[in-house]
Design a protein around this ligand. Structure first.
Ligand SMILES: Nc1ncnc2c1ncn2[C@@H]1O[C@H](COP(=O)(O)OP(=O)(O)OP(=O)(O)O)[C@@H](O)[C@H]1O
Ligand SMILES: [Mg+2]
Length: 364
């Protein structure tokens, strides 16, 4: 708040402090311009008429500064200064409050403009996030799309050759067609998975995830996941060891969502481990719940990387070892899904000696 009259600073300062606001008083324009640089305020209450530098000039200077210009300015005016208000709006003020101060009115205007400012900032953030989303979706679609295009051209060429009757070895041609078709299918599946991830991240963000909770035993879910990874694991000469405690443990989970969570962790272990390494998946009973550990002998994660691990679009130092795709979204989705089911997920790792991802759910 900027005012040359100490009494005004006190009166308004008290009104605002009583509502829990932090007030930074300034007795002159020069002092105000110094102080806003030390600590950026959310809102400025600015006296219109002051000796030396008046409110209009201060406002002009604030609006000329790229950092300070976003702070909303409300002018404080005496009723006989109303004719200057037009100039106030011209130099960028958002509102005015007349003296003598009426507490409910002053507080209402302050609250409204603070809310507006927060809403503006949130919108800007969301817009940037959306742009990032779209940028990544577009960028990551390019490779699979051009692969699909390439294989489709091969199919057309083979088909054309068959139509022309210029194929000498039909079996070889058929095999080539089959391989191209398979690659098109695989690439499309990879794209579908990526799109699904983007949609999931978006839906969770908006709090629109639907959970269908049911007593779920994790043993069969883990077997199923390991089975779906099998061909990939074999290609990388890795081995997944499932160590499951004999007694089945049922917890209230969404069976589809838990598969997605564990699949992400297991597929990361496969994706980031070098050829020939072992992966250990353990299912443990806790005194009051259940715990799954996915341990790998991959590169592990530095302390720095661990801090970013569950954030969105975290593509960290570890890179896929078999040409797999990486969007950096998987673990951010995992964390949100686990938390939506009241569980915990974290990573224990030292750079160079593998990583263990742990998920725990309490029994209910
Ligand atoms: N088991 C692991 N060992 C080492 N680094 C890992 C491991 N799991 C994940 N990371 C690192 O964390 C990053 C984020 O993982 P995350 O699963 O969120 O995304 P991603 O695997 O890159 O892409 P996707 O969205 O397809 O899952 C990875 O890019 C990788 O650098
Ligand atoms: Mg992943």
């Amino acid at each position: 708040m900027v005012d040359d009259v100490v009494k005004n600073l006190q009166v308004v300062g008290t009104m605002l402090r009583n509502e829990g606001y932090d007030v930074m008083p300034a007795g002159s324009g020069a002092q105000a311009l110094d102080r806003v640089r030390v600590r950026l305020p959310d809102l400025i209450l600015l006296d219109l008429m002051m000796p030396e530098m008046d409110g209009l000039e201060i406002c002009r200077r604030l609006k000329a500064d790229p950092v300070l210009r976003t702070i909303p300015v409300i002018f404080l005016t005496a009723s006989n200064e109303m004719e200057h208000l037009v100039n106030g709006f011209e130099v960028g003020a958002v509102d005015y409050i007349t003296k003598p101060f009426n507490a409910p009115e002053l507080l209402a205007r302050v609250r409204t403009h603070l809310e507006l400012k927060l809403a503006r900032e949130r919108l800007k953030e969301m817009n940037e996030e959306k742009n990032e989303f779209m940028g990544i979706a577009a960028h990551d679609s390019r490779n699979p799309l051009s692969a699909i295009k390439g294989y489709a051209e091969m199919v057309v060429e083979d088909g054309e050759a068959m139509v022309q009757g210029s194929v000498s070895d039909l079996t070889a041609c058929g095999q080539e067609l089959k391989a191209s078709g398979q690659r098109i299918g695989d690439t499309a599946a990879r794209m579908a998975e990526m799109v699904q991830n983007l949609l999931d991240a978006n839906r969770i963000e908006r709090g629109e995830m639907q959970l269908n909770l049911a007593p779920t035993d994790l043993g069969p879910a883990l077997n199923q996941i390991i089975e779906t990874q099998r061909s990939h694991v074999t290609a990388k000469q890795q081995t997944i060891h499932l160590q499951s405690e004999a007694t089945p443990v049922a917890v209230m989970l969404d069976p589809g969502v838990i598969v997605q969570i564990l699949e992400n962790l297991v597929s990361n272990a496969v994706k980031y481990s070098p050829l020939g390494r072992d992966i250990f998946v353990r299912l443990r009973k806790l005194p009051n719940g259940v715990r799954v550990e996915v341990q790998d002998e991959g590169p592990g994660l530095s302390v720095e990387d661990q801090k970013k691990l569950f954030g969105k679009f975290a593509r960290l130092s570890a890179k896929p070892t078999g040409g797999e795709h990486s969007t950096g979204l998987g673990l951010s989705i995992v964390k949100k899904m686990v938390e939506a089911m009241n569980g915990k997920v974290w990573c224990e790792s030292e750079l160079g000696s593998g990583a263990t991802f742990i998920v725990e759910f309490a029994a209910v």
